[in-house]
Ligand binder design. Structure first.
Ligand code: URA
Length: 217
């Protein structure tokens, strides 16, 4: 797997990451969602440099210009519900993309801190020969991404897979690497130190779904 950790190079991205982590700033749900969208836009721009382009002649008011235009058939696939703001950010740039949604949640195993991932609702177009962007803002254990990948395999074989994530851990990335094809790319805003016993990223930012959309019962 090719890992692209975008925060390694200083840019405005790191300001957005600091804001989504900050216990005070992150309380503003609208700002939290918008920051995740902005991170999606930046990751989408970085990822776009690895895609395929063909020249297109465009008529301008004063002549004509030949510009290289994105050629890939893109499918954006998000895990509900936390993936939605990141999905939106990517959709701002890949505006012709098809879209897929899948629900996945952690089902705790009795009397332990461990859990299995249950996938349920699934709506997706064909993935055959498409460029699949698998969107998961928090790559913690990596189990959700692997469960989602297993669930969508029946919809066809994508030509390329790009995982797009905001925060991850080395442990989760190693797990994902073992289960995805070798030529998969990971575009990630930042990689954190570790996971706690409940599978939360440390230092992380807390629960991305709750911060974006409110707590659940
Ligand atoms: N999901 C989250 O929202 N936060 C984490 O730290 C891990 C998984």
């Amino acid at each position: 797997m090719q890992i692209h950790n975008i925060s390694k190079q200083d840019s405005i991205l790191n300001t957005f990451i600091a804001e989504i982590r900050d216990v005070t700033v992150q309380r503003d749900a609208m700002r939290f969602r918008r920051n995740i969208e902005r991170i999606g836009e930046i990751l989408g721009y970085e990822l776009s440099k690895s895609l395929r382009y063909t020249p297109k002649v465009t008529k301008t008011p004063l002549g004509q210009s030949t510009d290289n235009i994105l050629d890939n058939d893109i499918v954006l696939c998000s895990i509900l519900r936390a993936g939605l703001p990141l999905h939106n950010g990517l959709l701002h740039y890949f505006d012709k993309a098809e879209n897929a949604f899948i629900s996945a949640y952690r089902s705790p195993k009795a009397n332990t801190n461990s859990f299995t991932i249950v996938t349920e609702y699934f709506a997706a177009p064909s993935l055959e020969k498409k460029t699949l962007l698998l969107i998961d803002p928090m790559l913690a254990t990596g189990k959700s991404l692997v469960a989602v990948y297993d669930a969508i395999k029946n919809n066809g074989a994508p030509e390329e897979i790009h995982i797009v994530s905001v925060l991850g851990t080395t442990e989760g990335i190693d797990f994902v690497e073992k289960h995805f094809p070798e030529n998969t790319h990971l575009w990630i805003a930042a990689i954190d130190a570790t996971l706690n016993e409940k599978g939360y990223i440390i230092p992380g930012l807390g629960d991305a779904g709750d911060l974006a959309f409110g707590t659940k019962q």
